[in-house]
Design a protein around this ligand. Sequence first.
Ligand code: ADP
Ligand code: ZN
Length: 210
Amino acid sequence: MKIIFLGAPGAGKGTQAEIVSERLSIPTVSTGNIIRAALKDGTPMGLKARAYIEAGELVPDDVVIGIIQERLAEDDCKNGFILDGFPRTIPQAEALDAMGIVIDKVIDIEVPDETIARRLSGRRVCKNCGNSYHIDYKKPSVEGVCDACGGELILRSDDAPETVLERLAVYHEKTEPLKAYYEKQGKLFIVEGQEQVEDTTALTLKLLEE
Ligand code: ADP
Ligand code: ZN
């Protein structure tokens, strides 16, 4: 199965993607995680992306399309994959279609902007492995420490309130039109994001089983 998770930053698509990925034993491909890893490693792509990420802007289409093309060509994507954070613009979606990749379902997780702003301020990420947590909704076993690797949990710099507003504006302008794009292809399914992660997951799994 080839699935796309759509939604505003902080709507919970990354969390849903991880859960479904485990259930279906297919990898999650997160452009955000790939870019952050490149940034941490100081690769040329990472250096190019830094200013965009820190301003809450999108990294240019040609850069992310290149990343995705390479990643989806890897062996573990042969039996399907979940895309988290890609596509984020119409040209990115068109590029995916042009690669001949046939997506089965697009799950759009809907959460009001007010809720997003509150959620992102409570989000914490592992400095070391990039796993993400939330001080209310997805607590690590030990406060401030990553369950997966023991790394320190920090606030992502682009989760600062001013940057969040810019990311939301970018989402509405550039990413939201993808709903109509996939609606036209008959692939769009909407999930109302719930207060509790498990409740959202139940809705997501139900849609994927249909
Ligand atoms: P979130 O969904 O929480 O906003 P991500 O981790 O998906 O965060 O992305 C973080 C940042 O990485 C984005 O704000 C953007 O700058 C960049 N990015 C990730 N995916 C894409 C993409 N498909 N196109 C352009 N930029 C991207
Ligand atoms: Zn970690």
